[in-house]
Design a protein around this ligand. Sequence first.
Ligand code: ADP
Length: 190
Amino acid sequence: MTAERIAIYPGTFDPVTNGHLDIIGRGTVLVDKLIVGVAVNAGKGPLFALSERVALLEEEIRHLPPAVGAKIEVRPFQSLLIRFAEECRANVILRGLRAVSDFEYEFQMAGMNHRLNPRVETVFLMASETHQFISSRFVKEIARLGGDVTSFVSKRVAARMAAQFAAGESASAGDAGAPTLPQIAPRTPL
Ligand code: ADP
């Protein structure tokens, strides 16, 4: 009997975009179970509290075909990424790769995690053509300035962002307990 193939797909998901959902959908084809790990990443100054980022992801996953959704679980985590992978009994860390600018950071992170636990492989999926320019950071910037983000995120996420900005974008204050070790460090200074 072959062992169950479990992958974690870690990220900040602040908020979940169509690019993330594309990686999630394509990732589920490769594994038996995909655990979407939502990092606290308080250092990134998230717009949404951890619990809201988890809830938004769960809502998006509810709208995927049931056979796909059944393979996916969303879990918040505060620990070091490789510890989280071990807790999940994952043999794969899934990441998405967009432009060359993602490469150096991802290359270093994959190397460090491999040194910490060589039994966990990092696997990259190239961003698809239609989603490669989407980043949560720019989506937030566009939404903050009142632009239309509905080609980057679902209508539900767009509405939630609009409400958040209308309310004065203070929800991230709800994330207590910043981790002492970086989980997934911010790629680009905000
Ligand atoms: P992080 O803080 O780890 O960068 P993100 O939520 O920004 O968290 O991204 C999580 C993962 O999803 C990363 O591997 C990132 O490269 C990938 N990703 C983000 N946006 C896209 C996209 N548009 N297409 C493909 N992968 C993406």
